[in-house]
Design a protein around this ligand. Structure first.
Ligand SMILES: [Zn+2]
Length: 550
């Protein structure tokens, strides 16, 4: 392993290398490639030498092949393009991996199809046990309406059923599920959430925000420690296949942290994890003396995560102007200002980075006010406050973010994948949403972020969405926010590393950094932007090992 402080560069031949080279025997040399390095000192290269999971040298094929020693394996990339591995700075891998293991994937195109999938699962489920679904999205079903309690009762009358919306802030329950949760027509709504009722006061089946807690309390968690690890293994395979080598898990629990470590120990973790801890666990973590940064280059404790408002895909983000077609609907807050401040201050004082989910402009302003206050009260060098999603912005938000160097983590694939939801926001508002161009021009460092399961994670989909601002049906949303291919790649690589304080460790292809990269079937710089999403990921490498090969 090479100490960063021992690093020197041999620039004479145009190659960059760790010095002294005579001590280094590369394990692996990738040559005859088209490397986009992300390193301004040597932006393009043909070859890399790798040793101990890190890049040892980067340069021309001739220069790097010259370093080959007896044990060096050589791989000819056949001129293929290689980029630094992508970093999905905001997603929910551990929990979605467990969902994929056990729950019904409701990403289907009609309510009838969802009913069918739930019915099939119920037939295989012992009577009385819960049937759970995830990734339901009302805007992607042909019915033009939300799932109801009645739909679920029709499909599955003998089991409690609970289906979560892809947006993550709304769920759907059948009658047995309400009964199991002890919720009836006369149950009052809890703070920060509600059980939606129709004009006659009947429960519709829709459960918003913190009203979900009534169900979470009674849905038995039947996952074993092995299931937790298996979930991580599954999602790691799914994500690395699309070019991702690092993730920020932005709402982890202590059990998730354990699961990532277990998967690492069994060799099943193909991507690095910066694991945010949800606010409800923070007291346990602080009591144990844990703070942001603890861990290693595979599994590291991230910041503390809180949630200020609702979701973009679920149309509950807290906006200054109402949703289009719903004149009295401005979205919802999910926590009070005092709650966010009290918990945030406590964690910050204990050495935690803060990441707060805020989609709507009103919610973002609230969180900025809290960050400004905490920063005044507890000054710290380089705090890297994160604004998770940071979807709808205005000029004053940008000014305040610049002053505090706040990191935005806007949705990378929403324009492309969730285009049909943009009608609720409208053309004008879209000019100020997922505002990559504005963030970059302001000198901020936005990251790539799928928010999976709400959003899709393939790295090439993120590039296409950010470069074209065009949805799957060809509609353009907010063309003023387009960025170049190079900018989109930087957002997805080095900026993600910065957001976890790891920009000296990863995010570009340069000597001394972790050997994380992706080999593509075609060159995104030569691709028509409208087909970037179709570029095949041929191989993904994390720490000098292929974690995916097509
Ligand atoms: Zn999220």
């Amino acid at each position: 392993m090479f100490e960063i402080s021992r690093r020197n560069f041999v620039v004479g031949l145009g190659a960059l290398a760790i010095f002294p080279l005579e001590k280094a025997e590369p394990d692996l040399i990738l040559h005859n490639g088209n490397f986009w390095t992300g390193n301004s000192r040597l932006p393009r290269a043909q070859a890399v030498a790798i040793s101990g999971g890190r890049f040892l040298a980067v340069g021309s094929s001739d220069e790097v092949l010259h370093l080959a020693a007896g044990k060096s394996r050589k791989v000819d990339l056949g001129g293929k393009t290689a980029l630094p591995g992508f970093i999905d700075a905001h997603c929910h891998p551990a929990v979605s991996g467990r969902m994929h293991l056990r729950q019904v994937d409701c990403d289907l195109r009609s309510i009838a199809a969802i009913q069918g999938a739930l019915r099939d699962r119920a037939a295989k489920t012992p009577p009385g046990e819960w049937v759970l679904g995830f990734k339901y999205d009302d805007t992607k079903t042909s019915d033009g309406r939300m799932l109801t309690r009645k739909d679920l009762d029709e499909a599955v009358p003998d089991h409690p059923v609970y289906v979560s919306h892809r947006g993550g802030h709304t769920d759907f329950a059948n009658s047995l599920a309400f009964k199991a949760a002890g919720v009836s027509q006369s149950t009052p709504d809890p703070a920060g959430g509600n059980f939606v009722r129709d004009s006659s006061g009947q429960l519709t089946g829709v459960v918003n925000e913190r009203a979900a807690e009534a169900f979470n309390k009674v849905i038995p968690s039947s996952y074993t420690r092995d299931d937790y690890r298996e979930g991580v293994k599954l999602i790691s395979k799914m994500m690395t296949k699309t070019g991702i080598t690092s993730v920020g898990d932005t709402l982890g629990s202590p059990e998730d942290l354990q699961a990532y470590q277990d998967a690492r120990d069994t060799g099943d973790l193909g991507m690095r994890v910066y694991c945010f801890i949800g606010w409800s666990y923070i007291d346990r973590m602080i009591a144990a003396g844990v703070r942001t940064g603890l861990g290693d280059e595979w599994v590291r404790v991230g910041g503390m995560k809180q949630v200020a408002d609702g979701a973009i895909s679920g149309r509950t983000a807290r906006l200054s102007q109402p949703y289009i077609g719903q004149p009295n609907d401005y979205g919802t807050f999910s926590a009070t200002e005092e709650e966010l401040y009290e918990i945030g201050r406590k964690a910050y004082a204990a050495g935690w980075q803060l990441g707060t989910h805020a989609n709507g402009d009103i919610a973002i302003e609230r969180v900025l006010g809290i960050y400004e206050r905490i920063n005044r009260e507890i000054p710290r060098h380089d705090p890297r406050f994160r604004m998770e999603h940071c979807t709808l912005i205005n000029d004053s938000i940008i000014e305040r973010m610049r002053a505090l160097n706040v990191i935005p983590t806007p949705f990378s694939t929403y324009v492309y994948y969730h285009g049909e939801k943009m009608q609720y926001y409208g053309e004008e508002r879209l000019k100020h949403m997922f505002a990559l161009r504005t963030f970059i021009d302001a000198g901020l460092r936005p990251t790539q972020a799928s928010d999976y399961p709400p959003g899709e994670f393939p790295a090439m989909m993120a590039l296409q969405s950010e470069v074209t601002r065009t949805d799957m049906n060809g509609h353009i949303w907010g063309a003023n926010q387009r960025v170049t291919v190079a900018e989109a790649i930087r957002v997805g690589t080095i900026n993600g590393a910065y957001a976890s304080f790891e920009e000296n460790l990863k995010g570009s292809i340069e000597p001394g950094k972790l050997a994380d990269l992706v080999v593509l079937g075609r060159d995104p710089f030569k691709e028509d932007p409208s087909t970037l999403v179709t570029i095949p990921v041929e191989r993904t490498m994390t720490g000098g090992k292929w974690v995916y090969e097509s």
